[in-house]
Design a protein around this ligand. Structure first.
Ligand code: NAD
Length: 393
């Protein structure tokens, strides 16, 4: 059975779905691996390194015709047009935010498996959890870019030229990315506080070195599957107002808050921004075209407010660390692929809970029930915009 890796086509995307170590693993399992020439360029992985690992380096057309086609992101329109019925396509296909792609994959007759639909709480699916692996990288990089943009030190420094006090960093949202941001900011020497609307994250945040902030005006908002639920309007207002006081006391704020199926909640309002000292830095990991966690953030851009606060609209953070992100993604996607293979051939089983969750199209139809209500909505802030948790990162 031929498994291929194609070169990513999304602008700025530098990751690749398999690294040479993963090629060796798949070949040991009896699979033939094809790699599109140049697929690893963005992550400094040469065609030769794939060939040495036992892959055949091939043209794009040949890679697109393999039995199983692996990618990190989504296939472009030309790739979808090249697919033939019965092929298997695996990637972060964002089916909840891109229903058109899902429909076109169904029309192409391919079996599409989306890495962002992995059931994350299923223990055997954990090695396949690409959302967590990529969120870890994003959280780390968010702390690094905050430190790089901040015009002062993160650690306490005592020198002959004076003493620098440690930076005060606030992390809002302590899921996978937030916990990694806390740990990284702590390792850089900052004093870190953290807040999440799920109180059960308190011990996790404390275990990586943060002081957990508890708001008096907002209760627990834990939702299904370990995620947060959306807040009511009253809760949201109370949260924004109470958070503003904490935000004003910090030099750096890193926001990671997400609610599945919703726009990212607005946590840092314009008033909160006005209360921050000049030179403060905010990294908004929720920044998106629909709005982010911070008023006025723009994805992929730095915005400086009138009072001198820099808001970094963090976009594509995992792709900015392509070697690490590709190595982790390769482990995730190989684990899924090996789960689907028996004796060197695909053995798909729609009764398997894990496979049923990740399979979005098969035999010309959309087969994942949760996709029936997917699609953009004209509703107001934080309302009804389908999102795969973590996919935007
Ligand atoms: P996420 O990206 O959906 O959200 C990030 C964080 O934002 C979450 O902690 C959420 O509670 C928080 N948040 C949402 N709205 C908020 C608001 N208004 N104010 C403050 N914070 C808000 O989450 P994620 O990091 O992808 O995962 C969240 C959780 O899912 C994990 O912490 C874990 O409990 C669970 N999870 C479990 C497994 C597993 O069991 N193997 C794997 C991955 C994740």
């Amino acid at each position: 059975m031929k498994v291929s890796v194609v070169k990513e086509t999304a602008p700025g995307e530098r990751r690749v779905a398999l690294v040479p170590e993963a090629v060796v693993k798949l070949r040991t399992a009896g699979l033939e691996v094809l790699v599109e020439s140049g697929a690893g360029d963005g992550a400094w992985l040469t065609d030769d390194s794939y060939a040495e690992a036992g892959a055949s380096v091939v043209s794009r057309a040949e890679a697109l015709s393999a039995d199983v086609v692996l990618m990190v992101g989504k296939p472009d329109a030309a790739a979808v047009a090249a697919f033939r019925p019965g092929q298997v396509v695996i990637g972060l296909l964002s089916p909840l935010t891109d229903p058109d792609l899902t429909r076109s994959l169904a029309e192409a007759g391919v079996t599409a498996l989306s890495m962002d639909m992995i059931p994350r709480t299923l223990p055997r699916a954990q090695p396949m959890d690409a959302l967590s692996s990529q969120a870890n990288i994003a959280g780390y990089k968010a702390a690094i870019i905050a430190a790089a943009e901040f015009g002062r030190f993160f650690p306490l420094l005592i020198t002959a030229a004076g003493t620098a006090r440690p930076a005060k960093v606030l992390v809002l949202g302590t899921g996978v990315a937030g916990l990694q941001a806390i740990g990284t900011a702590r390792r850089l020497g900052a004093l870190v506080s953290a807040y999440d609307v799920r109180p059960e994250t308190k011990t996790e945040a404390e275990s990586v070195g943060a002081t957990f902030i508890e708001l008096t005006g907002v209760g627990a908002a834990s939702g299904a599957g370990g995620y947060a639920r959306a807040l009511t309007d009253d809760e949201r207002l109370a949260q924004q107002q109470e958070l503003a006081g904490h935000i004003a006391r910090h030099d750096v704020v890193i926001t990671t808050a997400q609610v599945p199926g919703r726009r990212p909640p607005l946590l840092v309002t314009e008033d909160a921004l006005k209360s921050m000292a000049p030179g403060s830095v905010i990294v908004d990991m929720g920044a998106s075209a629909l709005g982010g966690n911070v008023a006025g953030s723009v994805p992929g851009k730095n915005v400086v407010t009138e009072n001198g606060v820099t808001i970094i609209g963090a976009a594509g953070l995992p792709s900015s660390m392509p070697a690490a992100a590709s190595a982790m993604y390769a482990r995730n996607v190989s684990a899924l692929l090996l789960h689907l293979v028996s004796d060197g051939a695909l053995a798909l089983d729609s009764e398997d809970e894990l496979q049923a969750a990740v399979t979005i199209t098969r035999d010309g139809a959309i087969v994942q029930p949760s996709l029936s209500d997917a699609g953009p909505s004209p509703a107001g802030p934080e309302e009804g915009v389908a999102r795969v948790p973590g996919a935007a990162r």
